[in-house]
Design a protein around this ligand. Structure first.
Ligand code: FES
Length: 321
């Protein structure tokens, strides 16, 4: 599922959903229902504060409520100690009853149940996993979940988790049990198992490493783009198909910035390579992908790129804009 455009919403309720975790319940403004969504989807929150480039700060949060109940959307926001302004504004400034602009639900982490499913949620990464587990349970699937958190106090959305069959869930608290033993957890998994995971970078990197050459399938979503190790930014040109304009992208600017400067609007949100909003079709040339949205297969095909972060290997890229 994907969507563009924004939706006017209002804050219906704010609850504490764990240490430093705020549950934000939104209701539609001027309508009865929000647009539909499926587990794994996220929305943008467009905050009334400006980022360094003068654009509003936009943050992505996974929907964690019931997709059947479109009278509200729920998200859970962890206060990030390294917040660039987004999570601290939501924790400190967002008020019940206040207006907020959100984006249409988009889904780059769709849930397609396999014969067996193992969910591995790291901390606040439980948010996209929770609706997936509810769906798996409703469909009578064979599923298990591991929720790994630093301490009991930091368990996010404990009330929601309590509504699922507890015999299927293993709660792992680092402070009590040390680091999660991934080797033992993953060793018995065969090709019939799909592992869905969302969580902090070290967890996802470790899972990705262990998945290499392993029979089980792996699907995951990152909170933030992986740093890209490259030989630096090289300049290149882009050709915009609709206008025929040829534009130079210098080493210190992104394609998105160059397009904006000449008044060509491409929708964007995170500007960090994680949300997929700025996806553009590549007509010719070879992109250098730096996003965390496209799968290795999609990168290989080279048909699309995220123009907020990705660059070019070839001297020229022709884009469908
Ligand atoms: S704006 Fe989010 S991936 Fe480009």
């Amino acid at each position: 599922m994907s969507g563009t455009g924004t939706i006017a919403a209002r804050v219906k309720r704010l609850d504490n959903a764990g240490e430093d975790i705020l549950r934000v319940v939104l209701k539609p403004e001027g309508a009865d229902r929000f647009p539909g969504w499926a587990p794994g989807a996220h929305i943008d929150l467009v905050l009334p504060i400006a980022a360094g480039d003068g654009e509003p700060v936009v943050r992505q949060y996974s929907l964690c409520s019931d997709p059947q109940d479109l009278s509200e959307y729920q998200i859970a926001v962890l206060r990030d100690p390294n917040s660039r302004g987004g999570s601290s504004w939501i924790h400190d400034q967002l008020k019940e009853g206040g207006p907020i602009t959100i984006g249409m639900p988009r889904n780059h982490f769709p849930f397609q149940p396999g014969q067996r499913t193992l969910f591995i949620a790291g901390g606040i990464g439980i948010t996209p996993i929770l609706p997936m587990a509810r769906q798996a349970e409703a469909e009578g699937r064979d599923w298990r979940m591991v929720v790994a958190v630093r301490s009991r106090q930091r368990l996010p959305l404990g009330d929601d988790l309590a509504g699922l069959p507890q015999e299927r869930i293993h709660y792992h608290f680092d402070e009590e049990a040390g680091l999660l033993d991934l080797a033992s957890l993953l060793a018995p998994l065969g090709s019939e198992t799909i592992v869905y995971s969302c969580g902090p970078k070290p967890l996802l990197n470790a899972l990705q490493e262990r998945n290499s050459g392993a029979p089980w399938q792996f699907r995951f979503e990152r909170f933030a783009a992986e740093p890209v190790v490259t030989g630096g930014n090289r300049p290149f040109d882009i050709i915009c198909r609709s206008s025929g304009k040829r534009l130079h992208v210098p080493a210190d600017k992104s394609i998105l910035q160059v397009l904006r400067e000449v008044g060509i609007k491409v929708e964007s949100s995170c500007r960090d390579g994680v949300c997929g909003t700025c996806e553009v079709r590549v007509l010719s040339g070879t992109p250098e992908h730096r996003d965390s949205v496209l799968t290795p297969e999609e990168r290989e095909e080279g048909g699309y790129m995220m123009v907020c972060v990705s660059r070019a290997v070839s001297d020229v890229l022709e884009l469908d804009i």
